[in-house]
Ligand binder design. Structure first.
Ligand SMILES: [Mg+2]
Length: 206
């Protein structure tokens, strides 16, 4: 994942070219605009990204702006990804009906749990749109295994300090646990000590 959004388009171009040269033609590169662009600048950056065969351009515009995402998606060959900042089924419906994205990054914690997550995933399937969930890979792994339209799982090992075992990943393929439920083995001692110490979990340690 590469953030896009240096003040100069040409600087983003240089950075992306260096990454593409370093990883080779067949490595999937995702880019993230973090809602930072106007529509005119998002179009310019998307046109620049077209030369690099990237997997997607994430949140190029303010997350609630369906109209301008639709305009952008229809004006570039780069797949547009949205969803980590979307909190309801109806907002996803608006995006899909408008043809404003081709990757859905629905987050099980932000959408309100497993049932609404599955509703969004199935809705995306009806529109032939891919799901790549945002964050919480331990929770999302069994969920992406339950739907046909989710080829990717975002790798963020943020829960390693409070789980007894990370998820099983080999050669870039994540495999779900055979344990009951979600298959997450919480390290309750680590959780307790964090609570007792009054400390919040520090993602930089993950
Ligand atoms: Mg993002």
């Amino acid at each position: 994942m590469l953030s896009i959004g240096r003040p100069s388009l040409f600087e983003d171009n240089r950075r992306l070219r260096a990454v593409r040269e370093a990883v080779g033609d067949e490595f999937e590169i995702m880019t993230d605009g973090n809602q930072g662009f106007s529509i005119s600048e998002a179009i310019r950056r998307a046109r620049m990204l077209e030369d690099y065969n990237i997997a997607w351009f994430e949140e190029p515009l303010p997350a609630d702006d369906v109209l301008q995402h639709s305009r952008l998606a229809n004006g570039t060959s780069v797949p547009i990804a949205i969803g980590e900042s979307i909190y309801s089924l109806s907002q996803f419906k608006d995006y899909l009906v408008a043809g404003a994205c081709s990757i859905i990054q629905v987050d099980v914690a932000r959408i309100g749990g497993i049932s609404p997550w599955l509703k969004v995933a199935h809705l995306a399937e009806a529109f032939n749109v891919t799901v790549c969930p945002h964050f919480l890979m331990e929770l999302h792994l069994p969920l992406v295994c339950a739907i046909p339209n989710a080829p990717w799982l975002e790798y963020i090992p943020q829960l390693d300090l409070i789980t007894e075992a990370g998820i099983d990943i080999e050669n870039g393929i994540a495999r779900p646990s055979h344990s009951p439920g979600l298959g997450i083995k919480w390290d309750w001692d680590a959780i307790s000590s964090n609570v007792e110490n009054g400390s919040s979990y520090n993602i930089t340690e993950a």
